[in-house]
Design a protein around this ligand. Sequence first.
Ligand SMILES: Cc1cc2nc3c(=O)[nH]c(=O)nc-3n(C[C@H](O)[C@H](O)[C@H](O)COP(=O)(O)OP(=O)(O)OC[C@H]3O[C@@H](n4cnc5c(N)ncnc54)[C@H](O)[C@@H]3O)c2cc1C
Length: 549
Amino acid sequence: MAEIEREAMEYDVVIVGAGPAGLSAAIRLKQLDADINVVVLEKGSEVGAHILSGAVLDPCGLDALIPDWKEKGAPLNVPVKEDNFYMLGEAGKLRVPNWPMPPLMNNHGNYIVSMGNVCRWMAEQAEALGVEIFPGMACSELVYDDKGGIKGVVAGEFGKDADGSHGPNYEPGMELHGKYVFLSEGVRGSLAKQVIAKYDLSQGHEPQKFGIGMKEIWEIDPAKHKEGTVTHTMGWPLGGNAGGGSFIYHLENNQVYVGFVVHLNYKNPYLFPYMEFQRFKHHPMVAELLKGGKRVAYGARAISEGGYQSMPKMVAPGVALLGCSVGMVNVPRIKGNHNAMLSGKAAAEAAHAAIAAGRAGDELSDYETEVRTGAIGKDLKKVRNVKPFWSKWGLVPSLVLGGFDMWTNTLGFSLFGTQKHGKTDAEATEEASKHKPIDYPKPDGTLSFDRLTNVAFSFTNHEESQPAHLQLKDADVPVKVNLPKYAGPAARYCPAGVYEFVSEEGKDTRFVINFQNCVHCKTCDIKDPSQNINWVTPQGGDGPNYPNM
Ligand SMILES: Cc1cc2nc3c(=O)[nH]c(=O)nc-3n(C[C@H](O)[C@H](O)[C@H](O)COP(=O)(O)OP(=O)(O)OC[C@H]3O[C@@H](n4cnc5c(N)ncnc54)[C@H](O)[C@@H]3O)c2cc1C
C-alpha cells in the first residue's frame, strides 16, 4: 500500500488522553506559560465519555493544581461523611472497625465524585486557559524522529473497511508533532505499551499488575440513600478464588455507585469476574439497599495494581508516560486520580523548564525523579507490600501483615523490604485441568443482569464496518490453545461479552469477536494467557458513552 500522506501540525506539547493526568498537565503548562501551545487528544466522543472510576477523590492533586477549585465550581459536592468496611460471608457481615487502620486509609476529607464530570470541568478550565482539546480523536500511531525519538502521534484516522483497506470516506488523519509527547492514556495505554516495549522501560522493575473494575450506577429509594456514605467490602463472593472486593458510594440525587474489583492474577480460568459482581449484589446487605431501585448505567475498566515497584521508567526521548499509563494507583485506598493529577502537574513543570531552556525531544528525567521521590512515590511506597502479601497469602493474612506494614511505613520503616509481584496476570492463569468450573446463579433481571443487557447501559457504540480493534496475533490460538488448555477464558474475563466460542453442528468451533460491545477496559490485552490479543484504538468517538461515571 502506498505510504499515507498526512498534514502535520506543530505544538509545544501533545497530550494523548483527557483523563485527570492529561488534563492536569495541560492546565499546568498553560498556568506556567500562557503562550505555550498545547493540544489534548481524546478518543471518547466527548471528554468524560470513557472515564470510569469509583470515585472517592483525595483532593490533594486538585489542591496542588487549582487551589481555588471550590470558587471555580469544581463538581466536588459530596464530602465523605461515613466510612464503613465489612468482611462479608454469604449471608452475614462483620464490620471491621476504623481504628486499627492506618491514617492513610481514612476517607474523611475526601469527596464522592463523578470523575467523568470532574474531567469535563477540568477540560473547561483548560480551554479557558487556551488549551486546544479535540475529543473523538483516537491516537493510533506514534511518529518517530530520525534519531528514533518520539516526535508526535497520528490522530483522527477514519473510514477503514473491515479488511483494513481504505473505504470511500477514508480520512488519513493528521500528525501532531510536539517538542514533547505526553501519553496519559490511563491503564494499559495502547501507545504507552508500544513505548514501554520499544525502550524496554520495564527492565529492572516488577511486572505491572491489574484488576478489572466493574461499576453500575443505581438510583435507589430516597429513604435508603445516605449521601456521603462510603462502604467497602471484602470476602464473599470471591473467597479464596481471587483477590478483590466491592465499593458502594452514595453520591448526589439518590444515586449510588456500586462497583466490584477482581484482581486479574486469579488462577482458575473458570472464574467469571462479571458474574462475581452480579452475585455480590444478592448479598442481603446489598440487595436490601438496591431493592426498589434501578440500574441506570454500567461500565468496566482495568485498574493498575502493581504500585511502587511496578512503575516502569516513565520517560524516553521525546515522550513521558503519565498517570495510570505508568500505574499510580494506591491499591488499599483504591485511589489513583490524585496521583494522576500530580503526575500531570510534574510532567508539565519538567516540560516547561526544558522548553524554556531551549530543549526538545529529550528525556524529561526531572519528571521521573519527582514522581519517584515526591508526593506520588511517598504515597505508593507506604502501601507497596499490600498487594504482594495478598497475592501470596490471601485475604486475612494480607490484612494483618499489610495493615502492620502500612503502619510501620507510616512511621518510616518496613520489616519486609519491598516484596515482589513475580508473575504477570496472564502468566498467573493456570490450566483448566487443575480447576473445577464455577456454578454461577442466573441473573434475575432485577438485581443482577446478563452481560449484554448491562452493556447496553454503557451506551457503547462502534462503527461496524471498521477492522476489529481487538487484534489476534495468531488467529488459531483461541481455539487451538486457549480453549483446550484454559477452557476459553476470554468468554468469561471480558465484562462486555466481546468474545464467544461458537460451536455449530458439523462445523469447527469458531472464536467470534463482537468488538462492537467493547467498553475499552483492556482486560483481554492483560489477561489472555497466551498474550495473543492486542487492543488498539478503534476510530475516534467510538466506545462507551458514560454519563456521570
Ligand atoms: C472501578 C474503578 C474504581 C476506581 N476508583 C477510584 C477511586 O475511588 N478513587 C480514585 O482516586 N481512583 C480510582 N480508580 C483509579 C482511577 O480511575 C485511575 O487512577 C485514573 O483514572 C487514572 O487517570 P489517568 O488520567 O491516568 O487515566 P484515565 O482516567 O483512564 O484517562 C485516560 C483517558 O485517555 C483516553 N485515551 C486512552 N488512549 C487513548 C488514545 N490512544 N488516543 C486518545 N485518547 C486515549 C481515554 O479515553 C481516557 O479518557 C478506580 C479505577 C477503577 C477502574
